[in-house]
Design a protein around this ligand. Structure first.
Ligand SMILES: [Zn+2]
Length: 284
């Protein structure tokens, strides 16, 4: 494992994402715990991609059963195969999870150094979220393998929106479309004109948005982009995975910036299948 690995905390379950959002440093500061070797895990005999803490074999089997299907869905959403083999580490205890995951609040999954770690929550009180969060995290892992985790070239809203859309809402399930639209109508919305740079990434707090609304708006924005023109969306997706500059690739493909193309994406009656529209009065 490389000891040059930079910060690699992925947003996972919303609790994890929320704590990351509360502390923006978490997204780009190297943390020694991300470099710790994964010790004490056993490889699942039935599926070499899954490693588990002793005692969590049943949980690991649940993960293994979902793995082919979730990988296929994530690859399809990204138009490319995973660049590297997927490895998932299944923690059966909080102690195990906290050894590798820094977030003070409970997180379900994190991706340090191309590893996906699942918390026991997803086999217990949040058992119903296992599949959507595997999809969401695998989407982060997929992009991370190609361009680095949470590369600032890709805006946070696009990162989270794409992962949540890939997961059919997984990671963005604690706010409804209506709540996201309402917030936008009242002037609280992701500002697409703001460009992320290393050390300055625009997250929920940058837009005075509740974390759940932020995720939902992000998903609706990416969804709108995909629905407007699937061909262009695919070109953008491939360009980003080829590490092209987000802004330049977007302009090349759409002939305008995201704030123009997505001006009406958070207006409920026009958010879907809407062609490129001029900036509307909803723009803050
Ligand atoms: Zn996420």
């Amino acid at each position: 494992m490389s000891n040059l690995v930079a910060a690699v905390l992925s947003s996972s379950l919303l609790a994890g994402c929320a704590s990351l959002m509360d502390d923006p440093r978490m997204l780009f500061v190297s943390d020694p715990r991300a470099l710790q070797p994964m010790e004490g895990f056993s490889q699942l005999p039935q599926d070499s991609r899954v490693w588990f803490e002793p005692g969590a074999e049943d949980y690991a089997n649940r993960v293994a059963e979902l793995l082919d299907k979730t990988i296929n869905k994530v690859e399809s959403a990204h138009y490319l195969a995973f660049a590297e083999p997927v490895q998932i580490y299944v923690c059966g205890t909080e102690a195990c999870f906290k050894r590798y995951v820094l977030t003070p609040k409970l997180s379900a999954a994190v991706v340090p150094d191309n590893r996906l770690i699942l918390s026991p929550n997803l086999n217990e009180r949040e058992s119903w979220r296992l599949k959507p969060l595997m999809l969401h995290e695998l989407a982060h892992l997929h992009l991370g393998q190609r361009v680095g985790h949470y590369h600032s070239n890709v805006p946070v809203w696009f990162h989270e929106g794409w992962a949540s859309l890939t997961a059919d809402g997984g990671g963005a399930e604690f706010a409804t479309d209506e709540q996201a639209y309402e917030a936008a109508q009242s002037g609280k919305r992701i500002d697409l004109s703001k460009r992320d740079v290393p050390g300055m990434r625009h997250k929920a707090s940058a837009f005075d948005l509740n974390i759940h609304i932020f995720y939902r708006q992000a998903m609706l924005l990416v969804k709108s982009l995909k629905q407007q023109d699937a061909g262009r969306f695919k070109r953008l997706a491939l360009a980003l995975q080829n590490n092209q500059d987000f802004e330049i690739a977007f302009w090349d493909i759409y002939g305008a910036g995201p704030q123009t193309i997505l001006a009406d994406a958070l207006v409920p009656e026009s958010g879907d299948n809407k062609a490129a529209a001029p900036a509307s009065n909803n723009q803050p």
